[in-house]
Ligand binder design. Structure first.
Ligand code: SAH
Length: 351
C-alpha cells in the first residue's frame, strides 16, 4: 500500500484513517499539534504517542519538510525571502514580513501562473502546476520554524500563482491555518488575492469563512484592464464588480481592490475618476501599490523611454481624487525591495 502524505489530510480524515488502523480517532488532535504547533520533523519526535503507534504511522504515512534552496534577509526591515525546492524539482517562493507584533507570510499557491498579467514577474514563466495542500502548509511550517521568536499572525496569498485556480487545496490549507489546534490564525487574518476569477469569488462566498478577499483590479476602464490583466477579456470589469457586490451583500465582508499604479498606463486623473465612478457607492477598500519594476524582465520604462514607476507625488495625486470622493483608500508600504522581495518580483530575481 502506498504511504499517504499526512499533511494532505484534514483532522477528520486523519481521525478516520487512524480508526481504520485500530487507533483512537482523538490521536489526530495530538498528531496535528505535533505537526503544526510543535513543528515535528518526524514521527519519532511525537513522544506522547506510544511507540507501537508511531511505527504504524511510519508504515502508513509520511511527513514532508520543504527545503529552502536559499533565503535573503533585508537589513532594512527584516523581510526575508525564501526560495523553496519542491519534491519534483520545481521552485516557489514565500516571503516573511515582520512588523512589530505582526508577522505576515506572503504565500505562493501555484508553480507559475496562467494569467500573464503584463506587470507581473511570474508571468514570463507560464504555468507549471498547482501546489498541493501539503506544500502550501509546508511554506508556513518552514517560515515558522525559521523564525521561532516571531509570531506568524497574518497570511496573504499574494505570492506566485492564482489561488482561485487552486481553490480546493488553498481552502484545505486555510482550514488548517485556521484550526485552533493547528496554526490558530484567524480567518480574518488570511487574505486570498485574485486577479478576478468570478467563479472563485462566487464559490468563496458560500464557504461561510471570514477570510479577507482582495481583488487585483488595476483599472476601472475595461480596455485598460484587459491590457494589464488579460483574464479581464473573459471576466470584464462590469461583471467582476457585480460579482464583488454580490459577495459583499451575501457575506457582509468588505473587499479590498488592489491597484498597482503604472505611470502612463493607469495613473492619470481620468483613471482615478473612473475608479471613483466604478466604486463610488460600494462598501470597499482600495489599496494603491506603486509598480515595482520587474528588473530582470526589463520592463522598467515605457516605449518613449519614460519611467513607468510612479513618483510619490503621482501616487498622492491619484489617492487624493479617491479620498475627496469618499473612497476608503490606502497606499501599500513597500518592503524588502533591496532583496527583490517586493510585489511581483518573486522567483524571477536571482538569489
Ligand atoms: N494572482 C493573484 C495573486 C498574486 S499577485 C492576484 O492577481 O491577485 C499579488 C499582488 O501583487 C496583486 O495585487 C498583484 O497585482 C501585485 N503585483 C504583481 N506584480 C506587481 C508589480 N510588479 N508591482 C507591484 N505589485 C505587483
Amino acid at each position: 500500500m502506498d504511504k499517504i502524505d499526512i499533511k494532505s489530510l484534514s483532522k477528520e480524515e486523519l481521525g478516520l484513517r487512524l480508526e481504520g488502523l485500530g487507533a483512537e480517532a482523538y490521536r489526530s488532535r495530538q498528531i496535528f499539534k505535533w505537526i503544526y504547533v510543535k513543528l515535528a520533523k518526524s514521527f519519532d519526535d511525537m513522544t506522547d504517542i506510544p511507540v507501537g503507534m508511531r511505527d504504524t504511522l511510519k508504515k502508513n504515512f509520511y511527513l514532508t519538510r520543504m527545503t529552502a534552496l536559499d533565503s535573503k534577509c533585508s537589513k532594512l526591515d527584516g523581510t526575508t525571502k525564501y526560495l523553496f525546492s519542491l519534491e519534483d524539482g520545481n521552485t516557489i517562493e514565500a516571503v516573511f514580513l515582520p512588523e512589530g507584533k505582526r508577522g505576515t507570510i506572503c504565500l505562493s499557491s501555484q508553480v507559475g501562473c496562467k494569467y500573464g498579467c503584463s506587470f507581473c514577474a511570474s508571468a514570463p514563466f507560464g504555468f507549471v502546476r498547482n501546489l498541493t495542500t501539503s506544500e502550501i502548509l509546508d511554506e508556513v511550517i518552514h517560515v515558522k520554524a525559521a523564525h521561532p521568536k516571531d509570531r506568524i499572525t497574518n497570511l496573504v496569498f499574494m505570492g506566485i500563482g492564482e489561488p482561485m485556480d487552486n481553490y480546493s487545496n488553498v481552502l484545505e490549507a486555510i482550514r488548517i491555518f485556521n484550526d485552533p489546534g493547528a496554526f490558530n490564525i484567524g480567518a480574518r487574518r488570511i487574505t486570498i488575492s485574485t486577479c478576478g476569477i468570478i467563479p472563485g469569488i462566487e464559490r468563496l462566498q458560500k464557504e461561510g469563512l471570514q477570510v479577507e478577499l482582495s481583488v487585483s483590479l488595476h483599472s476601472a476602464k475595461n480596455d485598460v484592464r484587459s491590457s494589464l490583466v488579460p483574464i479581464n477579456k473573459k471576466y470584464p470589469v462590469k461583471d467582476l464588480i457585480a460579482a464583488c457586490k454580490d459577495y459583499t451583500r451575501n457575506t457582509g465582508r468588505v473587499i479590498t481592490f488592489e491597484y498597482v499604479m503604472i505611470k502612463g498606463e493607469n495613473s492619470s486623473k481620468a483613471d482615478s475618476q473612473a475608479l471613483v465612478d466604478l466604486l463610488g457607492c460600494m462598501k470597499c477598500k482600495v489599496n494603491v501599490i506603486s509598480y515595482n519594476p520587474v528588473r530582470s524582465y526589463g520592463r522598467t520604462i515605457a516605449s518613449n523611454g519614460a519611467s513607468i514607476q510612479p513618483s510619490s507625488g503621482d501616487i498622492r495625486c491619484f489617492i487624493d481624487v479617491l479620498k475627496k470622493s469618499g473612497v476608503n483608500v490606502t497606499k501599500r508600504k513597500s518592503k524588502g525591495e533591496e532583496i527583490d522581495a517586493g510585489c511581483g518580483q518573486l522567483r524571477i530575481s536571482k538569489f
